[in-house]
Design a binder for this molecule. Sequence first.
Ligand SMILES: Nc1ncnc2c1ncn2[C@@H]1O[C@H](COP(=O)(O)OP(=O)(O)OP(=O)(O)O)[C@@H](O)[C@H]1O
Ligand SMILES: [Zn+2]
Length: 632
Amino acid sequence: MASHQHSQAIKGAKVLMVGAGGIGCELLKTLALSGFQDIHIIDMDTIEVARDAVLRFRPHISITPYHANVKDSNFNVDFFKQFNVVLNGLDNLDARRHVNRLCLAAEVPLVESGTTGFLGQVTVHVKGKTECYECQPKPAPKTYPVCTITSTPSKFVHCIVWAKELLFAKLFGDKNQVNDLNVRSNDACSSSENTNDVFEWRDDEDFEQYGRRIYDHVFGYNIELALSDEETWKKRNKPRPIYSRDVLPDKMIQQNGNVDKTDDLSSASAMASLGLKNPQDIWCLMENTRVFLEALKLFFTNRKKEIGNLSFDKDDQLAVEFVTAAANIRAASFNIPSHSLFEAKGIAGNIVHAVATTNAIVAGLIVIEAIKVLKKDTDCYRMTYCLEHPSKKMLLMPVEPFEPNKSCFVCSSQTPLSLEINTHRSKLRDFVEKIVKAKLGMNSPLIMCGAALLYEVGDDLEEDMIANYTANLEKVLSELPSPVTGGKMLTVEDLQQEFTCNIYIKHREEFDEEKEPDGMVLSGWTQAPPEKKDDKTSIGNGASSSKSLPTEPMDAQKDIEVKEISDGTASPGKKRKMPEFSEGCTLDQSNDADETRNDKKIQKLDDDDDDDDDLVMLDHWGKDTSKKQRLQ
Ligand SMILES: Nc1ncnc2c1ncn2[C@@H]1O[C@H](COP(=O)(O)OP(=O)(O)OP(=O)(O)O)[C@@H](O)[C@H]1O
Ligand SMILES: [Zn+2]
């Protein structure tokens, strides 16, 4: 039973929930059932359904919905100041960073959360007492070495990445994009064929001829070419080239397809067109070949206008079919087991199916922490991890929060950052896009060099000012009205976030295109370097890092980024150690602060534990994506 003090803290509290999705809806219910009476919710999506459902069993509480983006300017520091605690149930990094800054500026405690499948995490951020959401580096998205993708795949995910990032992009995407498929298809062809021509549709061929030519090129010829590099295969199983004629005799594509060709569905789906019904079926090589050729044909017949502008979209049925078939054929070459369309879609779209129970547990943990925050039980704050596998018979791991990181550029006292940049070549626009927005997460930036205002965003700017700033964006730094050159200090400020940072400029002539693709390097901030270029960890649902998987031995010149490692995704690379506490200790016992407080070093519970049982940070909550990812 809650004490009087406990229930007073709850009853008198005005809380702000940001995000009313999987976690948020559970949270709203749990808040209402725990006695909270004044709940405000911001979500871009509908809130009404959840609100109505909760009001049915708690009709007298107040639930105020704001159907809006939390980054809108009306949600400023003053707005945040009215709340006793803010609870995040968001799914992307950008919004989380924004809320973190507003909470810091408004000095309102923040309880953060994230889930991915069975994994979850809840953290408490109180200015000056615990680390802020941005004190810890956020790992960059998982990348794969190019050579693993282009020549030595060992897992199905490698085949998927190849199919969607290289082959799909090559055939249906922007022709001007750099595409590593070129590397492998180069000088492959007879002298009359150059690299680009291979993928072009020629006037004298029909769709089937074109499809078969592409097929034979990427699954046959390119594999033969790769085999000629004997060094690569000394310690690996050799792939086998696959040619369409060996799998599918001429004109057999439609053989079993008894489908009405006027049917809308059959023009949008190779599966429908071929009479393949169950997305959970694992297709044989012949079926994959037929889907590949049929999907290619459908793209060129029905979606010709889009060709050149397409990028893989997990909600595009034909794209998923093509990528599934291509990945499976490549997998067959490399002796990797095939997958169903359903599974392939999950991998390609980085989908992790939400686990309702995890969301419910996390919602409960958020409320527990919110109550501690309201009672100012500082010593009892815990960040809690939900694990996939029990460690010491425990699935929930409470950990004492970390202190603020003194070099955090967001919550520490203005440690200047430094930026190496070619001030004679980089434009103000590059700086705004690549640094101010992408790296510093600012929403409405203002940039000053000394007392000179170089750039500003706002609703109430005069037209001539807007014209001025727009002109500045196109100027290189050293030619701005107040030249930005080596040795100068820029002040970048976000008025909405009430967040300022100083950036010391260092001029640098050259940048490594592959290692420093932005053409500028920001240091002194807490973003993690890209993950190690090895292949040891599964991406996404990173509760475990498998020791048994082979390390990629090749020197990766460049990595292929797997886009949208998304919300709640555990970072396999980043582990946090947990405090020593007695077996059987549960969250409720976390009130017994002495037990953990002594242990500032935060020791690992059991050194003998498997990696599987190690704690993993869910730091990388949220790239801007719609769904979660689970791979492997
Ligand atoms: N900038 C933003 N402003 C307001 N709401 C946002 C913003 N960004 C994301 N959201 C909302 O956050 C919610 C996130 O919920 P979502 O269900 O995707 O993830 P989740 O709560 O982690 O649970 P799960 O994915 O497990 O269902 C969505 O309803 C989305 O509309
Ligand atoms: Zn911080």
